[in-house]
Design a protein around this ligand. Structure first.
Ligand code: NDP
Length: 326
């Protein structure tokens, strides 16, 4: 089994006297900045123009020193880029690249821009990533609860010879190594993430929508179909996470459920398509499609957002949440 880094494996000394500039103060930016600060790291925030970007005021309200992105890069030893992915290349070439200097570390929370070459860092700096496996608010809450969120670290350029140690120290400061962080390549982090988004997130959400639609089409009450298609998954995930699939099936689920899972479950999955999506992701086709969609102003996403928001299932969900809360 590969090495899983825990708190005791990581020396935070490497961040002593160093300044981490967090660029972007959104979901990850806020959570990671606050966690690192509480772990004793010197954190400053780099934000876009105050008139157009709310990050500046948000980070100031949270007690951080906030600078323009250019200034923050100049003041930093570690430049931790937590901008949304498609926005990274223009911001990087406008405000970051020309201010980087030898000896600094450029750090990411996703390998997309480096893997696909939309950002090409200078050769005399370390390039690393640290990714918590969950959204910012969860990363923050877990840290406050004394726990953390599982994560991964990676090194793309190691000029100093200490790049992995720096990435691990960031992971520890954010709280990840309290539970565990694994080292992997930028390629696997990026493609694995994009594969997960397509098949796990995409598959699960489409499974819920399709199941709801079929039940309603066949005369079931909307509330019942909604509960079946969405609510049940909570307990399944929590149970499996706690005891594993086999114990869940043999001792927590009913025998009928166990038979249904083993007998009919595989028919729902199109393994051939899943393999195809994997190959397309590996070939960079998913990345190309997404970059093209973003550069065109997201016409497909905007169209889908509109029709999905108006869909019968979403309307039912709205009523459900009003009536029954969370
Ligand atoms: P968000 O969309 O939450 O935040 C993006 C930030 O980028 C905002 O603070 C926004 O500032 C800033 N920004 C966007 N465009 C510009 C611009 N032109 N100039 C200056 N600032 C800009 O992103 P996330 O936190 O979700 O993602 C950050 C990174 O973390 C990504 O690489 C992502 O892949 C990675 N990640 C995200 C996870 C998640 O679940 N969210 C999980 C693991 C990794 P403002 O609001 O002021 O405009």
């Amino acid at each position: 089994f590969e090495k899983i880094y825990r708190d005791e494996d990581v020396d935070m000394q490497i961040l002593n006297g160093k300044v981490v500039a967090v660029i972007g103060y959104g979901s990850q930016g806020r959570a990671q900045s606050m966690n690192m600060r509480e772990s004793g790291v010197q954190v400053i925030v780099g934000a876009g123009d105050r008139k157009r970007h709310s990050s500046w005021d948000k980070a100031t309200a949270d007690g951080f020193e906030v600078y323009t992105i250019e200034e923050a890069v100049k003041k930093a030893d570690i430049v931790h880029i937590l901008l949304q992915d498609p926005a990274q290349p223009p911001v990087y070439y406008e405000s970051i690249h020309q201010h980087l200097r030898a000896g600094q570390t450029l750090s990411f929370a996703h390998g997309f821009a480096v893997l696909y070459g939309t950002i090409r860092p200078p050769e005399d700096i370390d390039v690393v990533l640290f990714v918590p496996n969950g959204p910012g608010p969860v990363t923050r809450q877990k840290y406050k609860d004394g726990s953390g969120i599982w994560g991964c670290v990676s090194v793309d350029q190691d000029v100093s010879g200490n790049a992995l140690e720096t990435a691990l120290a960031i992971a520890k400061a954010v709280g990840s190594t309290r539970v565990g962080a694994v080292a992997m390549t930028f390629q696997h982090e990026t493609e694995g993430d994009n594969y997960e988004e397509q098949v796990l997130y995409g598959g699960t959400i489409h499974l819920m929508r399709t199941m709801y639609n079929i039940m309603v089409k066949n005369g079931y009450p909307r509330s019942f179909a909604y509960a079946k298609a969405i609510r049940s998954i909570r307990s399944i995930i929590d149970d499996i996470d706690e005891v594993g699939i086999e114990t869940y099936l043999t001792s927590r689920a009913s025998r009928t459920c166990e038979f249904a899972v083993r007998h009919s479950g595989p028919r729902v999955i199109n393994e051939e398509e899943m393999e195809k999506i994997f190959k397309e992701t590996e070939a960079g086709i998913f990345a190309r499609n997404w970059l093209q969609e973003f550069s065109l102003g997201m016409p497909t996403l905007n169209r889908m957002r509109r029709t999905w928001t108006e869909s019968d299932m979403e309307q039912t969900g709205k009523i459900w949440r009003e009536k029954f809360g969370k």
